[in-house]
Design a protein around this ligand. Sequence first.
Ligand SMILES: [Zn+2]
Length: 246
Amino acid sequence: MKICDAHVHLGKSGPWQPYMDPTIYIDKLLNLFNQHNIEKAVIFPNPNVGDKYPLMNNYISECTRRYPGRLIGFGRVDPRREDSIEELIRMKNTLDLTGVKLHPMVECFRPDHPFFNKFFQKTSQLELSMLVHTGQGFSSPGLILKIAKKHAKLPIILGHLKEASVTALEKARNVYVETSGTRPELIELSVDIDEDRVLFGSDVPYFRYPTQVAIVEAAEISPKQKRKIFSQNFHNLFSRKWDKEP
Ligand SMILES: [Zn+2]
């Protein structure tokens, strides 16, 4: 089965993982895709804060332009910076990116602080999608749910399907979940809420394809529901982008 992947990192990484360097470039990534039947993927920069995100966004844009039917590009932004709104506009209008990836721990910001209202408003206005890392503290799904409720037209994918993300999925129609690093039981619960808003994600190169595919395979759901997670839901979410391609 061909698989679509909603969570892939690309490009140079800052000092982030003590036991591995997640730096990966496009040729190696495409080899991995071919090896593991990955048909399409959302790609975005590795963590590398400071003033480097715009350069890394340029690389993502270059890659998506080289492989338009295969890659969807999301940019990364540090929302605390004065020029973050400008970067959102550049991502959409100049780089032709489709969304923004946020990691509230890496970028060190509390998403529901009023300071960031304008940032989320602009993201929604530009019709960008969003993928947010979820976990503890600033990354807790409850905080992101508040953003989702305020900006009902902004599609928000919660990364790594945590227990609290299941509640968020239930409470806001614009919330999606992505399965990297999750457990099969949480996929079953999510599918019960809405089988159309669960997406396969790998978090490559931090995780590997065989383990991440096995999590979805292990869920006790129907083959049709698995097809939705592995591919159909991704196509539906990003169909606007595909329609634009010649
Ligand atoms: Zn990731």
